[in-house]
Design a protein around this ligand. Structure first.
Ligand code: GDP
Ligand code: K
Ligand code: MG
Length: 296
C-alpha cells in the first residue's frame, strides 16, 4: 500500500489576485464544495482536492486580509492563528500588479508563521517573462518562500505542478472526506484534526502520525456549551498508555489544549470528552476508513 497524504492549505492574498478562480479550478476537479454549515465556522473549508493518494483541504482564513483599528488588530491576530493550523500557505499575488500595502501587511504576518509559504504568482498569461522575474525578485526580497510558482488560474498553466508540490509538503494522513461525497458536518473534520495535532505535539513523536481521531458527536448541551465526544484511535496498547499518561495527565493536557483551539474555531464554549481506543491495523481496513469517515 502506498502512503496516503493529507493536510490543510490556506490561500491568502489581496482582493482580485485570483484566489476564487484558483479555488474554482480546484473544485472543478474531483472535488466537492462544503455545505452552508461550513460557513458557520471561522475557518471555512473552501474546497477539497482528492486524488488516489492525496487529499488537500483548502481553508479560508478570514481576517488576515484586512487590518482595521487597533482593536481590530487583536481580531486579526486571532484569525491569523489559523495559519498555524495548516500545512502549507499559498500567498497569491498577481504578476501584473506592483507590491502594495495589502501585500506587505500579509507578508508581515507570514514571516511569523513557521508553515511553508509558497509564493503563487498568478495571471502569468498577462505579463512578459522579464516582468514576471522582476515581480518575483521584488517579493523574494521581502521574505523567504518555500516555493515560487507562476500560474494562470484562468488558463490552467502549472496547475498540476502546484498541486504536486503542495502534496510533497503534506504529512502522511488519512482521506478525511469521501471522494465524491461531502459530509454536512465539516466542523467534525477540523475538530478531529485539532485534537490530533495536540496529541502529536504533546506526545512528541511517541505517537505515530497515523493516530486517528473520530468525532462521535457534537451537540449543544443544557449549559449552552457545545458538547463534543471524540475517540482517539491508536494501534497498540502501549500507545494508549502514552496518550492517557500518568494518572490521566497527558489526556487532560490534550483535552485542554484542543478545547481552547476548538472554542476559538467555533466561537463557542466547548465541553470536550475524549476516549482512547486500540484498533490494530485500522488503516489497512477499508471498513474502518469508512467507519471513521467522521460521519454521524
Ligand atoms: P480574488 O478576489 O482573489 O478571489 O480574485 P478572483 O478570483 O475573483 O479574480 C479577480 C479577477 O481576475 C477576475 O476577473 C478573474 O477572471 C481574473 N483572473 C484570475 N486569474 C487570472 C489569470 O490567471 N489570468 C487572467 N488574465 N485573469 C485572471
Ligand atoms: K494531516
Ligand atoms: Mg474571491
Amino acid at each position: 500500500m502506498t502512503e496516503h497524504k493529507s493536510g490543510f492549505v490556506a490561500i491568502v492574498g489581496r482582493p482580485n489576485v485570483g484566489k476564487s478562480t484558483l479555488l474554482n479550478r480546484i473544485v472543478g476537479q474531483k472535488i466537492a464544495i462544503m455545505s452552508d454549515k461550513a460557513q458557520t465556522t471561522r475557518n471555512k473549508i473552501q474546497g477539497v482536492y482528492t486524488t488516489e493518494d492525496t487529499q488537500i483541504v483548502f481553508i479560508d482564513t478570514p481576517g488576515i486580509h484586512k487590518p482595521k483599528s487597533r482593536l481590530g488588530d487583536f481580531m486579526v491576530e486571532t484569525a491569523y492563528s489559523a495559519l498555524r493550523e495548516v500545512d502549507v500557505v499559498l500567498f497569491m499575488i498577481s504578476a501584473d500588479q506592483k507590491r502594495g500595502k495589502g501585500d506587505d501587511f500579509i507578508i508581515e504576518r507570514l514571516k511569523k508563521s513557521n508553515v511553508p509559504v509558497f509564493l503563487v504568482v498568478n495571471k502569468l498569461d498577462k505579463v512578459q517573462p522579464d516582468q514576471l522575474l522582476l515581480t518575483i525578485e521584488d517579493y523574494a526580497k521581502q521574505m523567504e518562500f518555500a516555493e515560487v510558482v507562476p500560474i494562470s488560474a484562468t488558463e490552467g498553466n502549472n496547475f498540476e505542478t502546484l498541486m504536486q508540490i503542495i502534496e510533497d509538503k503534506l504529512p502522511e494522513g488519512p482521506q478525511y472526506f469521501p471522494e465524491d461525497q461531502i459530509t454536512d458536518h465539516p466542523e467534525y473534520f477540523i475538530v478531529a484534526e485539532l485534537i490530533r495535532e495536540k496529541i502529536l505535539l504533546l506526545t512528541r513523536d511517541e505517537i505515530p502520525h497515523s493516530v486517528a481521531v473520530v468525532v462521535d458527536s457534537m451537540k449543544r448541551n443544557d449549559q449552552d456549551k457545545v458538547e463534543i465526544q471524540a475517540t482517539i484511535i491508536v494501534e497498540r496498547d502501549s500507545q494508549k498508555g502514552i496518550v492517557i499518561g500518568k494518572g490521566g495527565k497527558m489526556m487532560k493536557q490534550i483535552g485542554t489544549k484542543a478545547r481552547q483551539d476548538i472554542e476559538h474555531l467555533l466561537g463557542d464554549k466547548v465541553f470536550l470528552e475524549l476516549w482512547v481506543k486500540v484498533q490494530k491495523d485500522w488503516r489497512d481496513k477499508q471498513r474502518y476508513l469508512t467507519d471513521y469517515g467522521y460521519k454521524e
